[in-house]
Design a protein around this ligand. Structure first.
Ligand SMILES: [Zn+2]
Length: 132
């Protein structure tokens, strides 16, 4: 079994992620899809050449698969604050699926998951981030 399973908007671990320092529970802080530098250079090259946003998006959707993509996710320990970033390689097709599922955003935070955790919700409330 793979460590990760593919969800609609990102990957999910098949088992709880434990902190390597204190064995505490780690939770997702952010997830994004990432295209390696060549992809961004291609965007800039096409924009500099005067292509519209629509033209650039269409062209990038049809790029050869020589470009590489990943779903990067940062997890944070609820107890000691250690962070761990996972970079799960994905195909160009998966890159497009995640991009479309996230409304065109390349980065998102699962606030709902944070608020479901009593300890984190209280920490955030105490800091004035949520609720009141
Ligand atoms: Zn820890």
């Amino acid at each position: 079994m793979s460590f990760w399973k593919i969800g609609e908007k990102r990957h999910y671990p098949n088992k709880p992620i434990k902190c390597q320092f204190c064995d505490g529970d780690m939770v997702l802080r952010w997830s994004k899809i990432f295209a390696h530098c060549d992809y961004l250079h291609e965007v800039m090259r096409r924009k500099d050449a005067g292509q519209s946003v629509e033209e650039v998006v269409e062209a990038l959707d049809n790029l050869p698969t020589a470009y590489s993509y990943a779903n990067d996710m940062e997890y944070k320990c609820k107890d000691c604050g250690a962070v761990q970033i996972f970079g799960v390689a994905i195909s160009h097709e998966q890159f497009k699926k995640f991009r479309d599922a996230n409304g065109g955003s390349y980065m998102f935070i699962d606030l709902e998951e944070w608020n479901e955790d009593e300890k984190i919700a209280q920490q955030l409330k105490d800091l004035g981030y949520f609720g009141g």
